[in-house]
Design a protein around this ligand. Sequence first.
Ligand SMILES: NC(=O)c1ccc[n+]([C@@H]2O[C@H](COP(=O)([O-])OP(=O)(O)OC[C@H]3O[C@@H](n4cnc5c(N)ncnc54)[C@H](O)[C@@H]3O)[C@@H](O)[C@H]2O)c1
Length: 410
Amino acid sequence: MDLTNGAPMVQEVVEAQGHLIDSHIMEQIFDAVVEYGGRFEVEKFSIGRTNSEPSQLRLRVEAPSDEQMRMMLEHLLGLGCSPVDYGDAALVEVERDRCAPEDFYSTTNHRTLVHLNGRWAEVEDQRMDALVVVGEGRAHCRKLRDIRAGDRVVVGMRGIRVAPESKERDRLSFAFMSHGISSERQVETAVRQTAALLRQTIESGKRVVVVAGPVVVHTGGAAPLAALIRGGFVHALLSGNALGVHDIEAVLLGTSLGIRIADGRQAEHGHRNHMRAINAIYHSGGIRQAVESGRLTSGILFECVRAKVPFVLAGSLRDDGPLPETITDMVEAQEAYARQLTGAGLVLCLGSMLHSIAAGNMLPSWVKLVCVDINPAVATKVSDRGTGQAIGVVADVGLFLGLLSKVLVQ
Ligand SMILES: NC(=O)c1ccc[n+]([C@@H]2O[C@H](COP(=O)([O-])OP(=O)(O)OC[C@H]3O[C@@H](n4cnc5c(N)ncnc54)[C@H](O)[C@@H]3O)[C@@H](O)[C@H]2O)c1
């Protein structure tokens, strides 16, 4: 079928290199061309002959219009397939704070290089949905809200290379990752593999960041998580107001959302307990002060304060109180999360859809993320929102944490 009604097709030559076959990138490249009404012709393909040697692909692509070619190239770029014409990336100076030129380049979470003054420079602070700001030969990702008049930002799609992560080749991660999300896998197996990833991360000098929701406390996961923090396996904790409230309620009153931790029964007037917990912290002047004064003597946040593990409680519309440490300015909360995620080697997301997706959005694609949730749709959602490296474990988070702390702490 002639898609152009006789008009000439727009042409480009693009190329990609990497583990294109076993990471299924090549089929995605071909599909993308067809999806935008285009055609492709393989000009060169050489297959990597060993498990470490990359494959090389060079394609002539055609699209029915400039606009379809632009959209196709944008999609291909995200797959690591870029136009061969390696001019420098085009830069435009921003005229007003937070107002970018319309054709600004919007980043993916993959490793990105921009061609500047005749050489490739790796973009720093890589994350998705950012702009690339260039200055003094270096390139950085920056959120639109942080763009200032005078910044020079990358526009268009020339002089940009993106390198999606290839399928893991180390055997440890490979078995785990290639299974993806499953509710049929034994929890014990997922726990052992998570424990091994955690140890590997710490041995390589990188940080483990835990993102957790209040269901950790409701399901009896507070004690094992506290043990992991005490044992030095957690380097930052990211959460919301509710985890703090229920963790403190459990320590001070023995209930979580009014339910007795000891026997799972409703405590008399238990519905007041989370408010009593917040009130106690207000009286102390804050969580840290409650630990220092001896009011708070155990629990997740107690261990964080004692072990000097930074914690961030991000506010939400659902919050009671909130606790004094809860950050209610959303931009400030996002930035506090992003600071703790910088340099992370492994992010362990435990029973919070909101906070897991938020943390995933801030990570570059080479940081491993394990998402434990009872609902298989949550890990899929984290993955679909661009955090393709997420590994889903479908399990009760209290059970998972209990087993994980047994494997690691003992
Ligand atoms: N009183 C309060 O202040 C209060 C109360 C609740 C929530 N909040 C706030 O609202 C926001 C959203 O809360 P959220 O993160 O809990 O909600 P969320 O809906 O984003 O995530 C809850 C997740 O827990 C999962 N889950 C449920 N039972 C589970 C189990 N047994 N094992 C594993 N996973 C399980 C669900 O599938 C869901 O994905 C947070 O910021 C929180 O602090 C505040």
